[in-house]
Design a protein around this ligand. Structure first.
Ligand code: DAK
Length: 259
C-alpha cells in the first residue's frame, strides 16, 4: 500500500521499523486517513518477522498537534459514531511488537494520546505535551483522561485536561510520562538506540513481557499475577529460552530467533 500522509521504512535499522507522520504544514494533524495509514503500517510491521521494534515519529516542530480540527469541526455525534474511529485507535493499541514514540515539538490532544498509546516515549527537549481539547469545548476521547492520569497522577492530569496547559519535556520526564529527554538533534537517534536494545532480546519473550506489563493497566493485582505467571511458563516453551540460558552458561552472546 502506498501512503499519502506517512513515510515508512521496514528496515530503518536492522529489525527496527520507522513510521514518520508526514503532514508538516498542518503540524501532523491526525486526519482520518493518516490514522488509517498508521494502523495499516503497524499491522504490516507486526506481521513482518524481520521487524522487532517499531518507532513512530514526526518532525522537529511537531510529533502531532492533535486530531484534525478542520476535519472535525462540522461533525455531529452521529457522524462520529458512524465513522467509528475508535476501531482504528483500538487496533493501534493491539500492536504486539513494542512501539516507541520519538517526540519533538508539539505533542497535543490526539497526538499526545497516540504517543501514550505507544509503549515508550523518547522526547527532544523541545517537546511540549498537552491535552488542549477543553479549549475547543470538547475533551480527550482516545485515552487522554485515562492514560495520562495513570502516567502522571490525578493532580497534574486534572490540571492539564481542565486547563489545556502544556508541559515541557523536563516536566513530562519528572512526572513519569516519558522515558528520556535528549537534545533535539538526538531524539530519533536515542529512540533507535532504545529500539535496537529491545530488538536484541528474544522476540517471544518481548511479546509476552509487553502483554504482561499492559495487563497491569486493566486488571486487579491477583488476576495480573496469574496472567504474568502463564506468560512466564510460556517463555520456557521457546527455543530462545534454551538459547538465552545456554549462551549465559557458555559465556557467549545469545542469538535469538523468535521461536
Ligand atoms: N488540526 C488542524 N490543523 C492544525 C492543527 C490541528 N489540530 N494544529 C495546527 N494546525 C494547522 C494550523 O491551522 C495551521 O494551518 P494554516 O493556518 O497555516 O493553514 C498550521 O497547522 C500551523 O499551525 P499554527 O499557525 O497555529 O502554528 P503555531 O506555531 O502558531 O501554533 C499550535 C501551534 C500547536 C499551538 C496551534 O497550531 C494549536 O493550538 N493547534 C491546535 C492544538 C489542539 O487544540 N489540539 C487538539 C485537537 S482536538 C478521536 C480521537 C482523538 C481525538 C478526537 C477524536 N476519536 C477516536 C473519535 C482528538 C482530538 C484532538 O486532538
Amino acid at each position: 500500500m502506498s501512503y499519502e500522509f506517512i513515510l515508512t521504512e521496514a528496515q530503518y535499522q536492522p529489525h527496527v521499523a520507522l513510521i514518520r507522520l508526514n503532514r508538516p504544514k498542518e503540524l501532523n494533524a491526525l486526519n482520518l486517513q493518516l490514522m488509517q495509514e498508521i494502523k495499516h503500517a503497524l499491522l504490516e510491521f507486526d506481521q513482518n518477522e524481520d521487524v522487532r521494534c517499531i518507532i513512530i515519529t514526526g518532525n522537529e516542530r511537531a510529533f502531532a498537534a492533535g486530531a484534525d480540527i478542520k476535519q472535525m469541526e462540522s461533525r455531529t455525534a452521529i457522524d462520529m459514531l458512524v465513522i467509528d474511529q475508535f476501531e482504528t485507535w483500538d487496533q493501534i493499541r493491539k500492536t504486539k511488537k513494542p512501539v516507541i514514540a520519538a517526540v519533538s515539538g508539539f505533542c497535543l490532544g490526539g497526538g499526545c494520546e497516540l504517543a501514550m498509546t505507544c509503549d515508550m516515549i523518547v522526547a527532544s527537549e523541545t517537546a511540549k505535551f498537552g491535552q488542549p481539547e477543553i479549549k475547543l469545548a470538547i475533551m480527550p476521547g482516545a485515552g487522554g483522561t485515562q492514560r495520562l492520569t495513570r502516567a502522571v497522577g490525578k493532580a497534574l492530569a486534572m490540571e492539564m485536561v481542565l486547563t489545556g496547559k502544556f508541559i515541557s519535556a523536563d516536566e513530562a520526564m519528572e512526572a513519569g510520562l516519558i522515558n528520556r529527554v535528549v537534545p533535539e538533534e538526538l531524539y530519533l537517534e536515542e529512540a533507535v538506540k532504545l529500539a535496537k536494545e529491545i530488538a536484541q532480546q528474544s522476540p517471544v519473550a518481548v511479546r509476552l513481557a509487553k502483554e504482561s506489563v499492559l495487563k497491569a493497566f486493566d486488571t486487579g493485582l491477583q488476576e495480573g499475577l496469574y496472567f504474568e505467571r502463564k506468560n512466564f511458563y510460556m517463555c520456557f516453551a521457546s527455543e530462545d529460552q534454551k538459547e538465552g540460558m545456554n549462551a549465559f552458561v557458555e559465556k557467549r552472546n545469545a542469538v535469538f530467533k523468535g521461536r
